[in-house]
Design a protein around this ligand. Structure first.
Ligand code: 13P
Length: 287
């Protein structure tokens, strides 16, 4: 069932668990994540960066693929198709293409321009039942060309954006896209607690889910995080399983070069990673 992310996140906030956003890159990724969500009876958010959208030939292709796959695989759990770190123009295009949720990342603008542009996207999206994520502060590192300095969010600015009526709010609290460096200082729970205090029922989003220790994930959820984004970890699992298959010479045995065989270990590895995250985030049996 393709739905906006609003209801599943409000439920997660009230139930003190988090829904995973898993980024997709192609058909195999999408299929693995949908099948795992169904098996775990968990709501799920499929994240699509602008770069991944282009790679898959455009948002329309992605929306058509996801809708058809939900139907053909008989997926009954709630699924949101969500634009990740969308630009202003990108968010409009994703809405037009049939996404059920969008992130407008205005964090690189000054707060006034972020407020102005976020408001426009909210008006456009909400008139069509589409949920909106906004961002304050920035996520460190780089994801598909979106680079952030890792600036910690100002809780007062978070309140300003939350009060506009967004459905979920991403706040920079020392989190980073990609692998965490050995000297990483950890998540800033003091700021997270302050943001939660000022934004009360707003589902908060934790980007950079790859490599955050379990105890920190649990503490973040207890402080109001209801959506956790994971991208790199599925890429690493896929790559590792594929490398093992090729290094073992399996592609040279019989018809092991058939792409359906060659990509199968990676697709299975993604399923395992997604399942582990759903268990950790507490979203299993919450569909
Ligand atoms: P990771 O790649 O670090 O898991 O981050 C994913 C993310 O935050 C997507 O927006």
């Amino acid at each position: 069932m393709l739905v906006s992310a609003k209801e599943m996140l409000d439920k997660a906030k009230a139930g003190k668990y988090a829904v995973g956003q898993f980024n997709i890159n192609n058909l195999e990724w999408t299929k693995s994540i949908l099948l795992t969500a169904e098996e775990c009876k968990s709501p799920v958010i499929l994240g699509v960066s602008e770069g991944a959208g282009k790679y898959m030939t455009g948002f329309k292709t992605v929306a058509a693929m996801v809708k058809a796959m939900i139907e053909e695989l008989n997926i009954t759990v709630p699924v949101a198709l969500h634009l990740d770190h969308g630009s202003y123009e990108g968010a409009k295009k994703a809405i037009e293409a049939g996404f059920s949720s969008v992130m407008f990342d205005g964090s690189h603008y000054g707060i006034d321009e972020n407020v102005e542009k976020t408001t426009e996207i909210i008006n456009l999206a909400h008139s069509q039942g589409i949920s909106v994520e906004a961002e304050v502060g920035s996520i460190g590192g780089e994801e598909d060309g979106v680079v952030g300095a890792g600036e910690v969010a100002d809780p007062e600015e978070c309140k300003k954006i939350a009060d506009l009526g967004v459905d979920m709010l991403a706040a920079g609290i020392g989190n980073i896209h990609g692998k965490y460096p050995a000297n990483w200082g950890g998540l800033n729970f003091e700021v997270l607690a302050e943001i939660q205090k000022l934004t009360t029922t707003m589902p908060l989003v934790l980007h950079g889910g790859t490599g955050i220790p379990e105890a920190m994930i649990k503490e973040a959820i207890s402080l109001g995080v209801s959506k956790i984004n994971v991208n790199t970890e599925c890429q690493l699992s896929f790559a590792e399983a594929t490398r093992k298959y090729i290094e073992a010479g399996k592609d040279l045995e019989g018809k092991g070069f058939d792409p359906r065989k060659l990509l199968a270990p990676g697709a299975e590895a993604i399923k395992q990673t997604v399942k582990e995250k759903m268990e950790l985030f507490g979203s299993v049996n919450k569909a």
